[in-house]
Write a protein that binds this ligand. Sequence first.
Ligand SMILES: Nc1nc2c(ncn2[C@@H]2O[C@H](COP(=O)(O)OP(=O)(O)OP(=O)(O)O)[C@@H](O)[C@H]2O)c(=O)[nH]1
Ligand SMILES: [Mg+2]
Ligand SMILES: [Zn+2]
Length: 293
Amino acid sequence: MKRQGTGLVMAGYGAESVVQTEDDSLLRCLTRRRTGRAVCGDRVRYKQSTPQEGTIEEILPRRNTLSRTNYRGQERILAANLDRVIVVIAAEPAPDFVLLDRYLVLAAHLDTEASILLNKTDLPGAAAPELQERLDLYRSLDYPVLTSCTKREDGLEPLRRLLVDQTSILVGQSGVGKSSLINHLVPDREARTQALSEASGQGRHTTTETTLYPLPDGGALMDSPGIRILRLGHLSRDELARGFREFRPYLDQCQFRDCVHLDEPGCAVRVAVAEGRVDSRRLQSFHLLLQEG
Ligand SMILES: Nc1nc2c(ncn2[C@@H]2O[C@H](COP(=O)(O)OP(=O)(O)OP(=O)(O)O)[C@@H](O)[C@H]2O)c(=O)[nH]1
Ligand SMILES: [Mg+2]
Ligand SMILES: [Zn+2]
């Protein structure tokens, strides 16, 4: 058996990945050293060797990649070819807005749409004024803010509409409900997960790897593991600053080209903060991300 074709990577496990072929079957594929690792969302050219196995001959050019920097300072790609990043937050676990800003910076760097989704609206904390005020800040920056509750099946329709014909990824802290949302949005989720873990030979499939699910109305949705430490070391200082979209009009107006907007004279960003055009918490966030890398 030597069949060839083009497929879509459902999940990558290091040198191995699971590829969905044109006829909807799942192949466990090994990557060749020269092709590099395939990641969730990659389009690949594969060669089939047995009914269940094959090799990846080529990773087709990626439109974009979502990556982070690992503890060794190397860039690690989590997913490719994204149209939309949806940052999921909830009243519990308590939102980490610096992490939210990290994801928004990554989305800006990818040149994709970014949305914020407040899940678990059944929790009383979801209506807390501090949380709502914070969400208003992001609305004022033109980030769409959606709400949902998987317990009461609330808000899922607007979310479904947002996802149609696009490749989207759910990201965010562990425990905010990303996988629960997938359960509601992907009707055959359980069967798919089962098929995926059988094809991958990884045993029970957990959200340790980013995983792609085709959506019934067209498009695809990816589940990702909640990452505690999301480093942005692969981004330059300028890319980091431009990820804060409201800073952009001021970045070229600072007196010093390498201004980090701390205490340099003639800093246009700090003037914007003082005049209330930029929220000071976002500048704080920027400084934290700059420090932590
Ligand atoms: N009250 C409430 N709980 C929810 C809701 N959605 C999910 N949960 C619960 O939140 C917990 C975590 O949900 P998961 O879907 O596993 O969260 P996750 O974001 O996938 O977490 P990781 O995979 O660790 O990143 C589970 O106990 C869910 O039952 C909701 O709308 N309301
Ligand atoms: Mg999960
Ligand atoms: Zn400045």
